[in-house]
Write a protein that binds this ligand. Structure first.
Ligand SMILES: [Zn+2]
Length: 345
């Protein structure tokens, strides 16, 4: 474990350092968990020392790292260096739900919040775009099932017209008010006023990390930009700011994401699409494969080879489950060590 955690960041550092000279760093997504992956430069597989190095990396933890690397590459490679503005320590505290909940506390609520925040940060909440890509049964298009206008991407979740009164800005300003009312009795009222104004100002400014959006979208994803912390006069203000972000993420989970899920479940029920059906694959051929899988599991437990194969195929999903399963002893290893390993290179 030790040698791995030393070796891997160096490799990733190399990747990030060479991001301008290596135009195409392609991770063979579907193969990554099962087999290996190919590094490519101008569509040619990279052979030699680089490749050999990567071949040596074969345990699950490193695969998770690489899968995650692909998920968060927009925070490093595709933002022209704006990533230096991200306060990762604060960011991961927020994503790991460690602001209002102690590090060693686990309960259902914490699990649900943490799971939401991690998936949200990685932009892998089960939107129709993602379910369609996964070929989930009954999902016939990427269109948002609520407004039926736009593709339901991660971004669309927050701007869908069906969100009603619950916009990001409303929830953010509600969070500011709620926290400030309770928390700022010791502070000078002028300073409080200025602090609040600063926060609103920042939230409406352009994001450098997500150039198409405003700064509030960074917070929606759980990313804390140093700009926020820089307007805090003192420690008290910093604490208050953390609480505001924490409350804000609770609110967007509750009022936007959960509401969206309830509405979509209703729409799906009307279409006769129930939860267990959604576990199946959409395509007919995959369907028959699934049946075979079930039969193999049920009747043919002797046939170890086949099961082994199935397990292999399922590996990527399992890895993801590991990443997001909470309450297990791996939680901190995964939440703090792996992701921050990935980020801190
Ligand atoms: Zn919509």
């Amino acid at each position: 474990m030790k040698s791995v955690s030393v070796k891997l960041p160096a490799l990733k550092q190399e990747l990030i350092r060479c991001k301008d000279s290596i135009k195409e760093v392609v991770l063979k997504y579907s193969n990554i968990a099962v087999d290996e992956y190919a590094l490519r430069w101008n569509y040619n597989a990279i052979e030699g020392a680089y490749r050999k190095c990567f071949k040596e990396i074969s345990n699950n933890i490193n695969r998770i790292d690489l899968i995650l690397m692909d998920y968060v590459k927009d925070c490093f490679v595709e933002c022209n260096g704006a990533n230096v503005m991200i306060d990762w320590k604060e960011t991961f505290k927020l994503i790991n739900n460690e602001i209002s909940t102690g590090r060693n506390v686990t309960n259902r609520l914490d699990a649900s919040r943490r799971s939401f925040r991690v998936k949200n940060f990685l932009k892998i909440l089960p939107t129709y775009e993602i379910l369609y890509e996964r070929k989930v049964w009954g999902i016939e298009s990427t269109k948002c099932p609520r407004c039926i206008i736009e593709v339901e991407t991660w971004e669309h979740i927050w701007s869908c017209e069906n969100n009603g009164v619950f916009t990001e800005y409303k929830l953010f300003s509600d969070s500011i008010e709620e926290i400030c009312v309770h928390a700022m009795t010791d502070e000078d009222s002028n300073e409080i006023k200025k602090f609040k104004e600063n926060l609103v100002d920042i939230s409406t400014g352009r994001s450098m990390i997500m150039p198409l959006h405003n700064m509030i979208r960074e917070i929606t994803r759980g990313i804390i930009n140093e700009k926020w912390m820089n307007v805090c006069k003192n420690k008290n203000f910093k604490k208050i700011l953390r609480d505001i972000f924490d409350l804000y993420l609770m609110k967007i989970q509750e009022h936007i994401w959960k509401e969206r899920c309830n509405e979509v479940t209703e729409i799906e029920k009307q279409k006769g699409l129930f939860k267990d059906l959604k576990r199946k694959k959409r395509d007919a051929e995959d369907d028959s494969e699934d049946k075979e899988t079930d039969n193999t599991k049920l009747e043919n437990s002797k046939n170890r080879k086949k099961i082994k194969k199935i397990i292999k195929i399922d590996l990527e999903n399992k890895i993801k489950n590991d990443v997001f399963s909470v309450g297990s002893s791996n939680r901190h290893r995964i939440g703090n060590n792996i992701i921050s390993n990935l980020i801190n290179t």
